[in-house]
Design a protein around this ligand. Structure first.
Ligand code: ATP
Ligand code: MG
Length: 244
């Protein structure tokens, strides 16, 4: 487990993720001001908030990609992160992107298994530049899954996709989560996406997680339902978009 500067990192006891009193400043701007968040084992949490509120900053801290924070963070030993852009290495074939960093033994088999999970078996030997946006994002998901993460961190992974592909990817993420049982934190601006996928939605504002909503709807979720609409209205109000 990585020790971050001024950030106490330890193995979580009951919760998969513990974020306690985390602060992060860039220059004299304090973006996170005592953020607290707990994610239970196997729980799916959606993280919402205005642009610039610090969602990516918080996710990077949880993913041990930011050494400049203060506070306490506990995360499972195996966590993976996927970003808005797929960040594939263009000079490596798809399967090698997925397998990047794995021990040599068994690497192709593991990459192919992960690609099969995201429905891309046929593209294992393709070059990244030949992929559509949705395919590239699925490769990024396979790369995150291949390490069998206990925690999956997703920073707006579907934001750049067309609406139809985004809906299909939401279903894929829901299936993968149900099958593997990892904990997940999904950053999204899409309120419906949060309500379709998450057990709980939390809102980051003024450097803290100020609101939370338990999404107590049966799965698969129906965005056309009445309860769904009520939760949507509440979340939108918190995000500064009250209903007319
Ligand atoms: N490395 C950095 N150096 C300086 N400022 C930074 C750095 N990273 C983030 N910031 C600032 O911190 C604030 C929060 O950024 P962050 O990317 O976490 O926001 P966000 O909530 O993810 O926004 P968005 O929804 O637009 O992705 C922004 O004002 C940003 O400019
Ligand atoms: Mg962001």
């Amino acid at each position: 487990m990585t020790e971050l500067r001024d950030l106490e990192v330890r193995a979580p006891a009951s919760a998969a993720v513990i974020v306690e009193d985390v602060h992060r400043a860039f220059g004299d701007r304090e973006i996170l001001r005592g953020a607290d968040l707990r994610v239970a084992d196997g729980e799916f949490v959606a993280l919402l908030g205005a642009s610039g509120s610090g969602k990516s900053t918080l996710l990077r801290i949880v993913g041990a990609l930011d050494g400049g924070a203060r506070g306490r963070v506990a995360v499972p030993a195996r966590s993976s992160i996927a970003f808005q852009e797929p960040r594939l290495l263009p000079w490596r074939r798809v399967w090698r992107n997925v397998a990047f960093g794995l021990p040599a033994q068994d690497r192709r088999r593991r990459a192919l298994a992960a690609l099969a999970e995201v429905g891309l078996t046929g593209l294992a030997d393709a070059w990244p530049k030949t992929l559509s946006g949705g395919e590239a994002q699925r490769v990024a998901l396979a790369r995150a899954l291949v390490r069998d993460p206990q925690l999956l961190l997703l920073d707006e992974p579907l934001a750049s996709l067309d609406a139809l592909t985004r809906l299909k990817m939401q279903q894929l993420i829901a299936q993968l989560w149900a099958r593997h049982g990892f904990s997940a934190i999904l950053v999204t601006h899409d309120v419906d996406e949060a309500l379709v996928l998450a057990d709980r939605a939390v809102v980051l504002r003024d450097g803290r997680l100020t609101e939370e909503l338990t999404v107590d709807l049966p799965r698969p979720r129906d965005p056309g339902g009445e309860r769904f609409a009520a939760l949507r209205a509440r979340l939108l109000t918190w995000l500064g978009v009250p209903r007319p």
